[in-house]
Design a protein around this ligand. Structure first.
Ligand code: ADP
Length: 472
């Protein structure tokens, strides 16, 4: 069941993306709007002042260059920039108006120019700038000498408040920007959300199929690295599930077979005792022995199954003690030695000097037994098996060597997995469940022991492990 965060219904990626995009667009619009309304005046004034100065410089140059065409030029500039221009020389004062406002009659542009002239004459500079504010508006007055003799003066007067029409145009523009950016944000978020969710939806569809047991499902991660990685992981998981499922089915078939054979034997021998050999002590003992052997086999199988399930769920406690591994290996060897005489095996034991280790003796014996009984099952026609112990300064090593079929290189790492059986042995119909080595692996891992297998196909295998010697 999916957990919901504090009762809140988790929103979809689509909703979230659209939501954040729209919020972002709104934030941007509000920001632009507030900046516009706060700074528009000072910004406008700066622009106007710069413009006035630039116009003045141009006009001064034009005046000194060609005085005849100057008037025309000045009128053009005044009209197109909506400013007031005045030229004052000894002979005349000429005015070019490009601005008509409805300010109070308290003053005139000429008065403003006169005020500027006063300041200009007082100052030692070539030009002066002043502003004048009344209830209606603010104006900037710029006065500059037209020639070095300081006889002629140019005045430029320009209103410093943006006109209401300018402000209205800006506002309308802003509304358009708002609408357009909201639409773009909405469209972009829908496109992005679709692109983001498409691979996720595809992956969840595939997962649904997988959950129905369709292992052929392939997860497609689409164009993003993250979804690609997710798909890759899921593909691996699906492959592992398929394999485990296959091994499990295989195990059930094997276990059922392994359980059925002794059970059939037990039943038929019990019937034989009942019907035939009950009164014949010799026959009866023989038949009872078969029953006991088969029961032992059953017992071993069930114990193995239990061990693997315990090891798997980490329910195993080690009872460690100090003992000689060479002696323990000798015990294991002796249990198998009968096969030499009975079945023509050539099992040999090469020990070394006593090697004391600290480990769970029963479990280590189980490991050795599993390895040797595998060698018995999978050894070659020469039926040669060597149990070998070698010791170095700090470690003792146990090897079981056989001259059997060996294991293909690509299967080597898998033999330790639960239920795994190599294809070659599987094909040869050797009985087995594929759990012996996983028990070995589980026990040796609990002991932090190094273990492994060296095997060449067609030549044989060498299963080994190494344990630390107890320091004296
Ligand atoms: P099983 O019950 O099948 O023997 P194990 O876990 O003991 O299960 O072994 C897993 C597989 O490893 C075996 O099925 C076999 O294919 C392979 N194997 C184990 N020991 C040997 C060996 N000595 N030589 C060749 N193959 C081996």
């Amino acid at each position: 069941m999916t957990k919901k965060k504090r009762g809140l219904k988790p929103s979809s990626i689509k909703q979230a993306t659209i939501f954040y995009f729209v919020i972002f667009a709104i934030f941007l619009v509000v920001l632009i709007y507030s900046l516009q309304s706060i700074f528009i005046n000072s910004f406008y004034q700066r622009m106007k002042a710069d413009e006035a100065q630039q116009t003045a410089t141009d006009l001064v140059a034009a005046y000194n260059d060609d005085r005849f065409s100057f008037a025309e030029r000045a009128q053009r500039v005044a009209s197109s920039n909506a400013i007031y221009i005045q030229i004052e020389s000894d002979e005349e004062s000429r005015i070019f108006r490009g601005v008509y406002d409805n300010s109070n009659d308290d003053y005139t542009y000429e008065q403003l120019a006169a005020a500027a002239r006063e300041q200009l004459e007082e100052s030692s500079l070539n030009s002066v700038t002043l502003t004048h504010t009344d209830e209606v508006s603010t104006r900037l007055i710029y006065a500059v000498y037209l020639n070095p003799s300081e006889a002629d003066i140019l005045y430029i007067i320009t209103p410093l408040n943006p006109s209401t029409s300018t402000i209205r145009i800006l506002k309308v523009q802003l509304i358009y920007i708002c609408i357009i950016s909201l639409i773009i944000a909405l469209m972009m978020s829908i496109v992005l959300a679709n692109r983001l969710t498409r691979p996720i939806l595809k992956i969840s569809e595939s997962a649904e199929e997988l959950s129905q047991g369709n292992y052929d499902t392939v997860f497609d991660g689409g164009e993003f690295a993250e979804t690609e990685a997710l798909a890759k992981t899921l593909n691996t998981a699906s492959y592992e599930m398929q394999r485990t499922d296959f091994y499990k089915r295989d195990l059930i078939a094997n276990v059922s077979h392994d359980l059925k054979t002794p059970l059939t034997m037990i039943k038929s021998y019990a019937e034989m005792i009942q019907d035939i050999s009950g009164d014949n002590p010799e026959k009866r003992r023989e038949h009872l022995n078969v029953i006991i052997t088969e029961t032992d086999r059953l017992n071993k199988l069930v114990t193995d199954l239990l061990s693997v399930s315990r090891l798997q769920s980490n329910q195993v406690d080690l009872t460690k003690e100090e003992f000689d591994l060479v002696e323990a290996a000798q015990d294991v060897y002796e249990a198998f030695e009968v096969l030499n005489d009975q079945d023509g095996y050539n099992i040999i034991f090469t020990g070394c000097k006593p090697s004391i280790i600290n480990a769970d003796i029963d479990k280590i014996k189980q490991v050795m037994t599993n390895l040797v009984s595998n060698a018995v099952k999978y050894c070659g026609e020469d039926k040669f098996i060597q149990i070998q112990l070698t010791r170095t300064n700090k470690k003792v090593r146990f090897d079981v060597i056989d001259h059997g079929e060996g294991i293909a290189a690509d299967e080597l790492s898998h033999v330790w997995e639960r239920y795994y059986r190599t294809s070659a042995n599987h094909a040869r119909n050797v009985e087995g469940t594929g759990i012996g080595l996983s028990i070995v692996k589980g026990i040796l891992s609990l002991h932090n022991a190094k273990y492994g297998v060296d095997s060449t196909e067609g030549e044989g295998s060498d299963f080994w492990f190494e344990l630390d010697l107890v320091k004296k």
